[in-house]
Ligand binder design. Structure first.
Ligand code: C2E
Ligand code: MG
Ligand code: MG
Ligand code: MG
Length: 287
């Protein structure tokens, strides 16, 4: 059906794909104005310590309140923003808002016994390659007056695979300043574990696929061994392990037993407005 007998007529190929392409095109052209108009907003999802249930911080997750399509998730527009280069100013905006928010939380809760709250911000590979990354980050921390250890940048494992020094140098500089670097979606790529030593990361974020396999009881014994091995390796390299996508108490318990440090997922809270975190953090401050 796709190709007509003539060979090069594609117009009736797939109306749904056409519709998707038209929407994609529309979203792409609307992106720059959307940033100027303030149509983006950030939801925060708490990260909780598995040991005592206290709040470690939150991950910033960007959304687009599109005037026609309603709320769009990042999977709908981040790839387009990457393609057009808008990801650089958009990412800068996300970082500034998030760091400012982290500063507010720190003012509210002070330095708890467990240390102060931290905000996790996702970086796309394009941002890593942008020469202004370090300076932009320094400027944001200065403008907001927030300490570098309030910020954790999440970089995917795949963005760093085979990364050369040009990509790693800015990450090293940020790490030296005291910004934490987390390896996001860890375990999905083709990570060479030995490669970890070369990277300035202090946190491994275990991919949701591992968490998912902890849902069955008993969990897949191979996955249990893998997670156990990753945790042992991470801890021996002084890295903390975070798990994402925790949806049930049973998963949380299993991952806690396996030695994971912090967790994130619907079991604790869906991503939401910043005051949602206030309730959680206050609940823990008051026991
Ligand atoms: P990610 O960094 O791996 O973020 C975790 C994703 O898992 C989020 O999806 C979150 O809403 C979702 N999630 C959290 N808990 C659960 C759970 O218990 N179960 C399930 N099924 N899902 C859960 P979201 O918000 O749609 O974000 C998708 C991806 O978009 C993120 O994956 C991240 O890679 C990217 N992203 C989000 N915000 C930004 C941003 O500001 N900049 C960049 N470059 N990428 C972003
Ligand atoms: Mg992330
Ligand atoms: Mg992740
Ligand atoms: Mg993920």
């Amino acid at each position: 059906r796709a190709k007509s007998a003539g060979g090069n007529r594609f117009e009736l190929a797939d109306p749904e794909a056409d519709a998707r392409a038209i929407t994609r095109h529309g979203l792409t052209t609307a992106l720059p104005a959307a940033l100027d108009r303030g149509e983006f907003f950030i939801e925060y999802q708490p990260l909780v310590r598995l040991g005592d249930g206290s709040v470690r911080g939150a991950e910033a997750l960007v959304r687009w309140l599109h005037p026609q399509h309603g709320v769009l998730g990042p999977d709908r527009f981040i790839p387009l923003a990457e393609h057009t280069g808008l990801i650089v100013p958009l990412g800068r905006w996300v970082m500034e808002q998030s760091v400012r928010q982290a500063g507010k939380w720190r003012d509210l809760y002070g330095d708890g016994a467990e240390g102060s709250l931290r905000i996790n911000v996702n970086l796309s590979p394009c941002q890593l390659q942008h020469p202004g990354l370090v300076q932009d980050t320094v400027d944001i921390l200065e403008r907001t007056g927030v300490a570098p250890d309030a910020l954790c940048l999440e970089v995917t494992e795949s963005a760093l695979i085979g990364a050369d020094d040009d990509v790693l140098k800015p990450l090293h500089r940020l790490a030296e300043m005291g910004v934490d670097i987390a390896l996001d979606d860890f375990g999905t790529g083709y990570s060479n574990l030995a490669n970890l030593r070369r990277l300035p990361v202090s946190v491994l974020k275990l991919d949701r696929s591992f968490t998912r396999s902890m849902q069955q009881f008993p969990a897949d014994p191979v996955d249990l061994k893998i997670v156990e091995g990753i945790v042992a390796l991470a801890h021996s390299l002084d890295l903390a392990v975070t798990v994402e996508g925790v949806e049930t108490g049973a998963q949380a318990e299993q991952l806690r037993i396996l030695g994971c440090d912090t967790a994130q997922g619907w079991y604790y809270a869906r991503p939401g407005p910043p005051d949602r975190l206030h309730h959680l953090a206050l609940a823990d401050a008051t026991g």
